[in-house]
Design a protein around this ligand. Sequence first.
Ligand SMILES: CSC[C@H]1O[C@@H](n2cnc3c(O)ncnc32)[C@H](O)[C@@H]1O
Ligand SMILES: [Zn+2]
Length: 432
Amino acid sequence: MTTLAITDGQVLSPELTVERADVLIDQDRGEVLEVGTDLTADADETLDASDSLVTPGFVNGHCHVAMTLLRGNADDKPLDAWLQEDIWPVEAELTAETVRAGTELGALEMIKGGVTAFADMYFFVPTIADAVADAGLRARLGHGFISVAKDDEEAREDAREGLAVAEEVDGMGDGRISSAFMPHSLTTVDGEYLEEFVPKARDIGVPIHYHANETTDEVTPIVEEHGVRPLAYAAEKGMLEPEDFIAHGVHLDESEIGLLAEAGTGVIHCPASNMKLASGMAPVERMREAGVTVGIGTDGAASNNDLSMLDEARDAAMIGKLAADDASAVPAEAVVEMMTQGSADAIGLESGRLEEGAPADLAVIDLEKPHLTPRNDLVSHLAYAAAAADVRHTICDGQVLMRDRDVLTLDESAVRERAVEETEKLLARAGE
Ligand SMILES: CSC[C@H]1O[C@@H](n2cnc3c(O)ncnc32)[C@H](O)[C@@H]1O
Ligand SMILES: [Zn+2]
């Protein structure tokens, strides 16, 4: 057994209290052995966390990681126009090389921001899985499939790819990679394909993840065509199980919040994307009051425009208060819970808690910063004041991915260079 002690930090417990402690991890098993005092004597190696806050690694519950290459390419439009006029024409020109470059760039950004796990829906998923495995992150990955604007055979082929990919990547990266079946949304995949392929996903034992109730344009057609709210429709199609999780959940009525709570289906709240695309304000306080598992995600970097979970936490608190018209809604404790345990629970990972037996997924945040001074309340600082650039070390599955801001699993300048080259090639292919 090889052990690492993260020493002298202020450690955030699952109950969101903070105490001075060391964290001893088993690097071979990727597990936390103990949180306590004076654990350095038992360790093969140490990592300094003095003047730092040691937290569970952040869990980005919904992302399209390779979209980092499209950051700043198309801004300031609502969802439908943004996808149809700008994003989808460029995505039609993606190759495995483009997606690898975008994934490495996104992985680099997430490691630098203390993210240790994420859920991702995109194309060329085996390539994403390879890149994630090499970067050392944990992820739940799936192929986003769409049936609209395709003939029946093309749609079926896309759905079959979704299933095949879910089987192929599951367990990669020494078990850090898991998968899901990912229909893009309830309006971009026709009901007949959901009816046929969701049971097949159950047969292979993977959860279902999809965009739902993101804009009113995704609600109205379902109500008009099927006479029920989108999540009642999703339940009819067998897509509201405890292991499933939806992205967004902005336009939910009370009956749908009740369905989510009853089913145990998680919701990944994406506040920055919802604000940027003017999609609306998710009822986060109401969902939490009803007992819905709520996590936080960045969505893709083209609608955010970064992959910082610390930015996202602050956004979630701010918009949560506005949505509830109540300054006490979505307090600091709630967002810290959502960006760690909430996201992990929603996407079906054991991460998100720093305690004995938990996966050794950690972020260490440097507190010696003007904007984190004085240290009145470290949970408040995490929710409202800390930034990605404050993260000192990132550890996933017991492996140190970043030490003193030096990312060890990726060559930062090479990744940035390849991202620029691949973006130029992509945009040229797309005629931009
Ligand atoms: C079919 S793979 C995933 C697909 O989703 C697109 N996408 C990015 N952001 C959003 C969003 O906020 N709502 C819906 N779809 C989104 C992405 O560009 C891919 O095409
Ligand atoms: Zn999305």
